[in-house]
Structure formats: C-alpha cells, structure tokens
Design a binder for this molecule. Structure first.
Ligand code: GCO
Ligand code: MG
Length: 409
C-alpha cells in the first residue's frame, strides 16, 4: 500500500492548527498534527514545499524508514519547524497502520499498560480567591491533579493566568496565543515571583489538604540558582512537579538545581529530539519528560525517548496545551497508555469550535483520559467545518523586565 497524496490543512476554529492528511492508493487516510504555535505558516510551507512532494509512491507501512528519510535526508537536522513537519507524517502513517489493522494505535505499541491516563488541569486566578474557585471548578469537572498558576503582585500581565468562568461546568477558556499581527508584551519580576509563589501553595494546601497532586509551571523564567531557591521553598508543599524551572539549553544548570532541591522537575516542552534529553535523562536531572508528539517528530521518537527514560526511572508528563491539536493529543494518549513509565498527562480541553472540526474518540472521565478504541488515532477531520475558519496571525507574548530587557517567559 503506497502513499497516493498528502495535503496540508490550515484551520483556525478558536486558534490555528496545521494538519497533514495522507491518503493511500487504497483510499485509507491518516492525520498528523504539525501545529507550531505562532510559527504555523513556516511548518505548513515546509510540509507543502519540501515534504508532500516526496511522499507519493512511498510504502505507507514503512514508518521508521520514512522518518529516517525525512530526518537524515534533509541534512539540516532538528529544529521545531522540521520536527513538527516530520511529526505530522509519522502520526499520519501510524494512523493509517492502525486503520488497516483495525486496531487503536496503543494496541500496535504493545497494548494498554493501564486503564486510563491521570490528567492534570490548569487552575489559575488573578487572586487567591479566584484561584480557589478555579481549583474547585476543576475538581467538580473530575480532575484529580491540578496545575496552579496565579497573578503575582507587582507583575501586571502574566501568561497562563486567567479567572475561572463564574458558572461552574463552563470550560476554563484561556487561549495563550493572542490573535493579532504582533505579540502582546508582558512584564516580569523574579524577586516578586519567588516571594509570592510559596504563599500561594501555602494557601492551596491549607484549603485543599495534603493529598491533591499540585503542579506549577515556572515557564523557563528563572536562572539555575533562582530555580533551586524556588524548588527549596516549595518543598513543604510537596509538589507533583515544578515545570521548566530554568531554560534547559543550559543543561548543566539542572545539576545545580538538583543539588539543592528534592522538588520533582519536569522539562522539555520546547525540545524537539531525544538528543535534547541526553544529559538530563542519563544524569537523572529531571523526573518527567514533557515532550509533545507534535514538536518531537511524532509517535516514533516519543516512544523511543520514553524507553530511554525508563532505564533511569523517569516518567512521562507529555505537553498537552490547546495548541497541540486533538490529533497531536491523541498521538500522545496512545503512547501514554502503552508505555510502562507513564507519569501524568496535561489536559487543557479544546474549545467546542475545535471539537466540531476534529471529532475525537478520546474520553475524559473521573480525572482519567483514554484515547478510545477507534482504529488508528481515533480523530476524524471535518474538512468542511475546517474550511470555515481561515488562518489568523496569532503570537505568544513577549516578556520584558522593568528596565525594558527582554526576558525568558
Ligand atoms: C504548558 C505550556 C503552554 C505553552 C504553549 C506554547 O505547560 O502547557 O507552557 O502554555 O506555553 O503551549 O505554545
Ligand atoms: Mg509549560
């Protein structure tokens, strides 16, 4: 069975998504997610100009060979644009293989290692009171693990923080990419943040008790010694993890953080290959792999990095924001269900408009996700609905310090 054609679909129901649809000469179709938040058109062009023309005539079953062909064949390796494009092809071929076999993808990866995937939701608030309301609303929706983000006194605008809608049951609707031709600018003050965050967790533990798994994302904003300080200050509140405590390009910086704190660390949503994890995993500098199938070259390398991590008792915590499309989310749910070293899955819930474009077999029940048992990935694209939403420029924010210096965010 050969690939007959491939097509890039751009749609923007409530945010932009780049999807690859591969069709075989037997009429089987597969979907892949290539969404790169804020740089969508670069991946769409990479795919349509440099990848789609290479696909017709290739054996649709040779997933590993096609992955290596696109990765090694380009000569220019790694990078988010390249790896998102390869990811889309890889996912689409796994989707096809599952459909041909009549099996959900997780069955092809070894079968289920558990009944469902523990998911964490995003609670946040501009005040401690609205944060509490947001946590309550998430618990009512069934979440059993919660990421906690709040506004910080002295910082005017902070990414990832919004109030929970008042009517309970309503979806927490914070879409981090702001539509517009330029990014919005936010501000940052590390000292204010380091002072404030422990008081937030003190409040949350007092109200919700010791058992609820709590997570926090520092979003690459700290230097290693500051990250170590935060990890230490948060130890009394027993976090499930502290995420992206420092930008991980400086991998040795994690040694310093590790020497000072036992707060578990999660890193890697911006990584795009297993090599980015080499030192962090082999030196056991992290506890959770944050990669997303979409930005990491697809199902094939995600499975490989988790097998590498397993040797060091490191678990998964795949990146599942709303800018990973339902196709990308499904891919990592199948991997998460199959691997032994699953840890937790991020889940932000796509908007109703997105769910009308991408029909998902995935379920969320009592705090657990399951990819469903439809053959392949279990996601169908409604192309007519997709065509109703054209691409709109949207960017992640830019952050500056008080004196105007650009900062990590
Ligand atoms: C998370 C993330 C996201 C990213 C976003 C970038 O932990 O979910 O940090 O909010 O910033 O996916 O596109
Ligand atoms: Mg994050």
């Amino acid at each position: 069975m050969n690939i007959a054609s491939a097509e890039v679909v751009l749609t923007s129901p409530s945010r932009n998504f780049v999807t690859l649809k591969v069709t075989t000469d037997e009429g089987v179709t597969g979907l892949g997610d290539a969404t790169l938040n804020g740089r969508e058109l670069a991946v769409a062009t990479y795919l349509s100009e440099h990848v789609v023309p290479l696909l017709p005539g290739r054996d649709a079953h040779r997933i590993e060979d096609t992955w290596q062909y696109l990765y090694r064949g380009a000569y220019w390796r790694r990078g988010p644009v390249t790896m998102a494009a390869i990811a889309a092809v890889d996912m689409a071929l796994w989707d096809i293989k599952g459909k041909v076999a009549g099996l959900p993808l997780y069955q092809l990866l070894g079968g289920a290692s558990r009944n469902g995937l523990l998911a964490y939701g995003h609670a946040s608030g501009t005040s401690l009171q609205s944060l509490s309301e947001s946590i309550h609303a998430h618990l009512e929706r069934g979440y059993r693990a919660i990421r906690v983000q709040t506004a910080v006194p002295g910082i005017n605008a902070l990414y990832g923080v919004a109030d929970q809608p008042q009517s309970s049951g309503e979806r927490y609707d914070y879409e981090p990419a702001g539509r517009g031709v330029r990014p919005v600018e936010e501000d940052w003050d590390t000292a204010a943040y380091l002072r404030h965050v422990p008081t937030v967790f003190e409040h949350v533990r007092q109200e919700f008790g010791p058992e609820l798994p709590l997570l926090h994302d520092a979003h690459h904003r700290l230097r290693p010694i500051e990250a170590a300080t935060l990890g230490k200050r948060l130890e009394p509140y027993d976090l499930f993890w502290l995420e992206d405590c420092t930008p991980a390009e400086n991998q040795q910086g994690l040694r310093l953080v590790r020497q000072h704190t036992t707060t578990p660390l999660a890193i890697g949503e911006v990584f795009n290959t297993g090599w980015d994890y080499q030192q962090l995993i082999s030196e056991q500098l992290i506890d959770y792999v944050r990669a997303a199938a979409t930005h990491f070259g697809g199902v094939t390398p995600l499975r490989k990095v988790m097998d590498f991590a397993a040797a060091f008792q490191i678990r998964s915590g795949f990146h599942g924001p709303t800018d990973v499309s339902p196709v990308g989310l499904a891919a990592q749910l199948h991997v998460g269900l199959a691997i032994h070293n699953f840890g937790i899955q991020e889940y932000m819930e796509h908007s109703a408009a997105t769910n009308n474009v991408f029909h998902q077999s995935m379920t969320f029940k009592d705090g657990y996700l399951h990819p469903g048992d439809n053959p392949g990935l279990g996601v169908e694209l409604d192309e007519e609905a997709a065509a109703g939403f054209s691409y709109q420029p949207a960017y992640l924010p830019v952050t500056r310090l008080r004196d105007g210096t650009i900062h990590d965010w």
